[in-house]
Write a new protein. Structure first.
Length: 288
């Protein structure tokens, strides 16, 4: 299969040896460790993104022998990048979601915030509810993973700096936020408040990034869905805007906002489904 026709996804899988994790590629041929495609050590997806563009990685995958591939089977995936250098989140980026919260959607500039890497969990990991909050919501979002240094990018060039996209669940302590909008950082930064993965899909394989549908689920039931065409600030504008605030580096993540937040309680399973990109589910555990 020519590399140009090969659809790949990049992830990080747990291993049974002392290395802990390894970066892997999933394709129609199966799963292979990136270290079996090129010399080097690749503990997680950021190691790969810093070295290879998506097209180059597809070429390496296409050239590999069949012996390099195994079935995905019961592979356990972690967050593709367990410790991102930077996570930007965007609030109220769909008009309908702003209406849910009785808020006015920003019209001139994105409403953004930063999350620490201590918030990161992966597929299947529990979302622990903090004892400080009585109302936590989960929010399905499209995540953009930066692939190359991006500083002062134009809207026209912005997506050239995005390696790929992924599924995200971004959590909020809404009752804390409701007390005062200046409490946004605190309401967004409890442990387990940012799940993403299991895989990163190259941007070129997504098709029109303005036709991507994002779905928020709880316990397998659809709560809300919307397409990126209905964003106040579409992906290219978000990357361009934030690259003018500070440099964006390979492996940085920009989470683009949710079509709808759903309240979660212990025993629930929150979900993000983006057709053509992936499915992400996390169980919810009691306040601690």
């Amino acid at each position: 299969m020519p590399a140009t026709d090969l659809k790949i996804q990049l992830g990080t899988a747990r291993t049974d040896d002392t290395r802990g994790t390894r970066a892997v590629v999933v394709s129609p041929r199966g799963l292979t460790a990136v270290a079996d495609l090129a010399p080097g050590t690749f503990a997680d997806a950021r190691d790969v993104i810093e070295r290879f563009g998506a097209a180059e990685l597809a070429e390496l995958t296409a050239a590999a022998p069949e012996s390099a591939f195994t079935e995905v089977g019961a592979t356990v995936f972690t967050a593709p990048i367990p410790r991102p250098r930077m996570i930007w989140g965007i609030g109220l980026n769909y008009r309908e979601h702003a209406t849910d919260l009785s808020e006015v959607a920003p019209s001139e500039e994105p409403a953004s915030f930063i999350k620490g890497d201590h918030t990161v969990i992966g597929p299947g990991d529990p979302i622990p509810l903090p004892w400080q909050s009585e109302r936590v919501t989960a929010e399905a979002e499209l995540g953009l993973v930066i692939g190359s240094l991006c500083r002062d990018a134009s809207v026209e060039d912005a997506l050239d700096h995005v390696w790929g996209v992924t599924t995200v669940l971004d959590q909020t302590a809404e009752d804390i936020l409701a007390r005062n909008p200046r409490y946004l950082t605190r309401s967004k930064n409890f442990p387990g408040f940012f799940s993403f993965g299991p895989l990163i899909t190259p941007t070129a394989d997504v098709g029109d990034i303005l036709e991507v549908e994002v779905r928020t689920l709880v316990n397998g039931n659809l709560h809300r869905a919307n397409t990126t065409a209905n964003m106040m600030f579409p992906p290219a504008e978000l990357v361009s805007f934030h690259s003018q605030v500070m440099p964006l580096f390979p492996g940085d993540i920009l989470s683009t906002g949710t079509p709808g937040a759903v309240r979660i309680e212990p025993g629930d399973v929150a979900g993000c489904v983006i057709p053509g990109v992936g499915e992400l589910y996390n169980p919810v555990v009691g306040r601690r």
